[in-house]
Design a protein around this ligand. Structure first.
Ligand code: OS5
Length: 232
């Protein structure tokens, strides 16, 4: 039977998903709670990791290695870089990078370490399914590059620098590390984010105002992705 991991970083990012499941079993493991449920004949494991690359690495690894998930979907919010992305809009990552990974002192490009790569590509089949879901929901979903780092960005200059190095459309704090884990362990992954702010000086206020509503928009799309994966 398929076992799908659904991850967020913050409680608000997974709450709308848990609400849709109704009944679930809760297991505590390595400082996080994992919620297991059967949904339309497939097994789901839902968890929020806590914020940032380290916690999200731990949770993604746990979902795959301990809970034996074979597909990973991430649902959450992001700061927009691409001016076409407005509050509440959805972005699907085609590839992800770590914008704060810097050994340029040794002549390497930003985001690169030896035996790694600047970008990790998302699963093509899940991207194709998301296009079908977007069509069916009549939702405009942008596909683009997501840059991840251990910083809440609220500064135009930092945004410009991230565009210069990664040509990113949106930024957040977990997707790039989840992508590295899934790629290394051979698990197809899909990172979806709804915009909560534009990573400028007002970002924290915008985030506080819109994070919950944007998290719901992302979670609704993710559950349609689950339906689509089941339909296949
Ligand atoms: O998970 C973090 C990354 N998320 C995406 C995001 C983002 N990332 C970088 N820059 C931006 N401009 C971004 N916009 C959206 C969102 C999240 C950001 S960190 C938010 C922290 C907010 C907070 N701090 N304390 N609490 C909430 C309350 C609290 C207290 C105890 C336990 C849990 C929460």
């Amino acid at each position: 039977m398929k076992k799908i991991a659904i991850m967020g970083a913050m409680p608000e990012e997974v709450a709308p998903i848990l609400q849709k499941l109704g009944e679930y079993k809760t297991t505590e493991y390595a400082g996080n709670k994992y919620y297991e449920a059967t949904y339309k004949g497939v097994e789901l494991v839902v968890a929020y990791s806590k914020i940032g690359k380290v916690f999200s690495t731990l949770t993604a690894t746990t979902m795959i290695e301990h809970f034996s998930c074979d597909t990973l979907l991430f649902s959450g919010v992001a700061g927009a870089i691409n001016p076409n992305l407005k509050i509440g809009d959805l972005i699907v990552a085609t590839k992800l990078s770590q914008h704060d990974l810097d050994i340029t002192a040794f002549g390497h490009p930003m985001g690169y370490v030896p035996e790694g790569s600047v970008f990790v590509k998302s699963d093509k089949e899940l991207l194709a399914l998301s296009k079908e879901v977007a069509r069916e929901l009549e939702k405009n979903v942008i596909e683009g590059i997501i840059a991840t780092g251990d910083q809440f960005i609220h500064d135009e200059k930092i945004k410009e620098n991230i565009v210069k190095h990664f040509n990113a459309d949106a930024l957040e704090m977990e997707g790039g590390s989840v992508a590295v884990v899934c790629n290394a362990l051979g698990v197809p992954f899909f990172i979806l984010r709804a915009i909560s702010d534009t990573a400028d000086t007002d970002a924290s206020f915008s985030f506080d105002e819109f994070m919950e509503s944007s998290a719901i928009i992302s979670a609704e799309f993710i559950m349609k992705m689950v339906d689509k994966i089941i339909e296949q």
